[in-house]
Structure formats: C-alpha cells, structure tokens
Design a protein around this ligand. Structure first.
Ligand code: SF4
Length: 368
C-alpha cells in the first residue's frame, strides 16, 4: 500500500466517517497514552498527516494471529487502522491481497530499499534448524535475520514475539524464543500482551513519527509509557484488596459485587501494563473489569505463573487469651449509678472498718 499524501489522508478519514474533531480527539488520547502534555497534540496531528511515513514489513511466525486480530478488531475503521493503513504496509501475510511470488517480490523490494520498520508477530522456533515454521522455503530464523538486516527498528507485537509466549511454554518442543534472543544488533521495542493492545502499537508508531526516535523502555525493552505501571496499582478493585474483600468462588457474592480477584489467581500485583487505563475495544472494558483475573500476559513466561492457581490469603485469628473487643456493652442506666457507687463504697468502707477493728483487737495498747 503506497504512502498517502496529506490530502489523501484527510480524504480517507472523511470517507471512514471520522471528522476532523474526532481525529484531534484521537491525537489528544495518543498524547495521554504517551504521558505527554496536551500542548504536543498539534505536533502529533501534523506528524500523522504530513510526514512521509516509513514502510512497514509485518512478519508472522509461530502464533495464533491474535495480535493482527486485535488490530483489526474494530467493526468500523478507526484512526489506528488508518494510521497503519497509511504507513506503507508493504507485507503482511494475513492482510495483503497479493500471494505467492508477487507477495515475496513486494517484500524483497522493500527489504532492499531499507529504512523500514519491521513488525514481528509470533515466536521464532529454533529447534531442528527452524524446520517447525518455514515460509517461502525459508525458516523463521532465516526470514527474521534477513528482514532485520536493513530495518530501522523492530517492533515485536504480542508475548510470543517478545518473549516466546505460549509456544515457549514447557516443554517447548519447537525451541521457541522471542525476537531479542535471535537479533542482538538492532533497536527492539517489545509490545507484549496476549494479544497486544492496538493502542500501544499505534502509540509507539506515533511516538516514532512525532519525535523520530523510539520511546524509552524498561529492562525488557517494553516502552515505559505503556508498561511502566503495575496493573494492581491502577485497578478499580484495589480498594477491595486493601479491605480484605476477596472473591472466593466464581459467581459468589464478592464476584457479583466486583471484589478483588487475587484469591482466584489474579496476577495484577506482578504485571506491568496500562490495561486498566487504556482498556480494550475503544476503551470499553478490560479483563479484570469483566470479572476475570489478570493472567500476567505482558510478563516473561507468564504461562508458567499458574494462571488459574488460587492464591492463599493468610487470615489472622487472635489467640483465645486476647481480651475480647468489639462486643457491645450493656449500658447502665444513670439512675442506678449512685446506688452501685454507694454499694461499692459501703463494701470498701466496711472492709476498712473491719480491718481497723481487728487491728485494735491485736494491739490493745494502741487504743485511744
Ligand atoms: S483484581 Fe487483581 S489487580 Fe485488581 S486489586 Fe485484585 S489482585 Fe490487584
């Protein structure tokens, strides 16, 4: 798909039913996702509309195509899909109309020209010399090395391409690994998730178009704007966690009332991603919001985390010797206070008098 001009891009927005106002709203949302000030919005809009956008090669290896689905999930064209549309998406096995030699020729042309962004979806099977995934007579490892050679940068989409994902789960029969285990000499941005959130793909590309550089990352090469936050710290169920209100069984009272899913295996406390903030399906909802615990899909080897293992929640039971607290006291009516006081006073006074009398009997010389 060729690069489009400023006018062509505007025409595309119009024909997709996206008004100028909607487009600017989208740019404002992008600034928010990237944690940038709103003053940057006009610059983002200009970068998307005006700049010559880099070509993109999208390779797909050992995966379920869920990340492509995530990108195309919308029932109507969105600005995200149009941005990728207007990038020159020169090769995408699932989306392109061309097939066979024509498709391979288009890819070879872009590879030879260089300066493209390489997007990779799916793990790379390295076992048996890469025989588990062969496209056009070349193994995934060969395809990846060839495509990475002239790329400006590599963006991995989904946990499989980032860290090996499900194909790498024990016993990993195909020797699946992530892109960064094969390619060591190129800038890599990992966008893990199962699937990746399309907002984070476009935000990474918009950042690149606007600033001509890739966003800052953590030690796993994940951009901080999207993976710099712990799910647990932004979760709408957090107040229930803090109050010790946990779902104990699917469908119980706590589940119906939106209590914390930690006991049911939620991995939110271990997982870094912006899901609670950007959500899914045009910001409609996200897994924890829909009543399912976070499975930790943006983390390395999340399949080994025991996704459905229930967590033990220690409960403090005080020993029997502790004084009982919190029990309602019987109130003593004020009219009886004086009587009770008088009786206590009489008892204490009587005891003192009896004591003195005994003392006098034992020591008669001390008597007055
Ligand atoms: S549901 Fe999960 S992420 Fe949310 S507060 Fe509970 S443990 Fe944390």
């Amino acid at each position: 798909m060729p690069n489009v001009s400023y006018d062509e891009f505007r025409e595309k927005l119009k024909s997709a039913g996206i008004s100028r106002r909607d487009f600017l709203k989208y740019c404002t949302m992008m600034a928010g996702v990237l944690a940038l000030e709103s003053t940057i919005v006009p610059r983002i809009a200009r970068a998307i509309e005006m700049d010559k956008r880099p070509p993109v090669i999208w390779l797909e290896f050992q995966d379920c195509a869920g990340c492509s689905e995530s990108l195309l999930r919308a029932s109507r064209p969105t600005v995200e899909t149009l941005i990728l549309d207007t990038l020159s998406l020169d090769y995408h096995e699932t989306l392109m109309a061309a097939a066979g030699h024509l498709a391979e020729e288009a890819k070879d042309k872009t590879l030879a020209a260089g300066n493209y962004l390489l997007v990779v979806e799916g793990a790379i099977p390295t076992g048996e010399n890469g025989a588990y995934c062969v496209v056009a007579g070349k193994s995934s490892v060969e395809q990846l090395r060839e495509a990475a050679k002239n790329a400006v940068a590599i963006i991995t989409v989904g946990n499989c391409a980032s860290f090996g994902g499900l194909p790498k789960a024990a016993p990993n029969p195909t020797g699946a690994v992530g892109v960064m285990d094969v390619i060591k000499d190129k800038p890599i941005i990992n966008l893990p998730g199962c699937p990746v959130n399309a907002v984070n793909i476009t935000a990474t590309i918009v950042h690149y178009l606007t600033f001509k550089r890739l966003p800052k990352t953590d030690s796993l090469k994940r951009p901080l704007f999207a993976y710099g936050f712990r799910i647990h710290d932004n979760c709408e169920r957090r107040a229930h966690f803090d109050r010790g209100e946990f779902v104990r069984m699917w469908g119980d009272k706590g589940h119906r009332n939106g209590w914390c899913l930690y006991h049911m295996g939620c991995k939110g406390p271990l997982t870094f991603a912006n899901c609670p903030k950007v959500r899914w399906n045009q910001g409609m909802n996200w897994p924890v919001g829909a009543g399912h615990g976070c499975v930790g899909c943006t983390e390395k080897d999340f399949w080994e985390l025991g996704v459905y293992h229930q967590a033990n929640i220690p409960e403090f039971i005080p020993p029997a010797t502790y004084p009982k607290i919190g029990r309602a006291k019987k109130e003593i009516p004020s009219s009886t206070d004086a009587i009770v006081g008088g009786l206590i006073g009489a008892a204490v006074g009587g005891a003192v008098v009896a004591g003195l009398t005994q003392n006098r009997k034992r020591n008669p010389e001390k008597q007055e």
